[in-house]
Design a protein around this ligand. Sequence first.
Ligand code: OGA
Ligand code: MN
Length: 275
Amino acid sequence: MTITVKPLDAPLGAEVFGVDPTRPLTEAEFAIIENAMLEHLAIVISDLPENLDWLLGLGRRCGPLVPHVLSQYHHPCTSDISIIASNMDSAESRRTAKPAGAFWHSDLSYTAKPSDAIFLYSTIIPDDGGETDAANMYLAYDTLPAATKARIADLRAVHRYGWNGGGAIVELTPEQRARYPDVVHPVVRVHPRTGRKCLFVSPGYTMCIVGMRQDESEGLLEELFAHQLRPEFKYTHRWQVNQLVGLDNRPTIHRAVAGYTKPRRMLRMIVNGTE
Ligand code: OGA
Ligand code: MN
């Protein structure tokens, strides 16, 4: 079986066909998938049986996996997988007003080494919503006015877990909070693999611009947030059960779309950040 990659008709994403879920990927197959994620920013693989070993095999080839700070939602079999569940009558289901991740963000941008990539795998999908939105931050950067590019070129911003989660955030315990102090990242990031510049702020986790007066910082961030969420940068993924979505977490932001009422359950792997 040969693996093929078909770009989606969207500002990011490609569907990957021909994956054999009964055996690990060969080196050549893995390279196709890794390159597809670099080129298209997201990949979608459908009809994958729920097989933790297979998923972990793929995730760990992308780099070490990072256990999420919310250890109460780690998968019983491995802390390398978190369960993201809503509207379910089980301890693993979130109790927040909105589902996990229902705010625009890039995973682990509130840490010194934001995640390089994430994988979401669907096990239960509601029929009344539950999509995942993603937005292309290369495009967002490229389309900024020249004056804004010049203004933000050397700026850095503070990121904090839970800064603007709008009802979707599980509060950290004091021990968890102590392990995640505020961090600073460049507003414009150069992707280490593609060399392309991307906008690296998000409404969910980016608090303020370093060294800028508060009103000025708020004004600039409002402008950048409004720009980065323009519809032409966005892809909305409508899930089927047993689908895997991989996202290059550096040149993208994403969110869970809130507003559904039926059960939803995903498995998530977070690949370590290399810088
Ligand atoms: C998250 C997240 C997306 C989703 O929890 O960090 O981005 O669709 N979730 O559940
Ligand atoms: Mn996320």
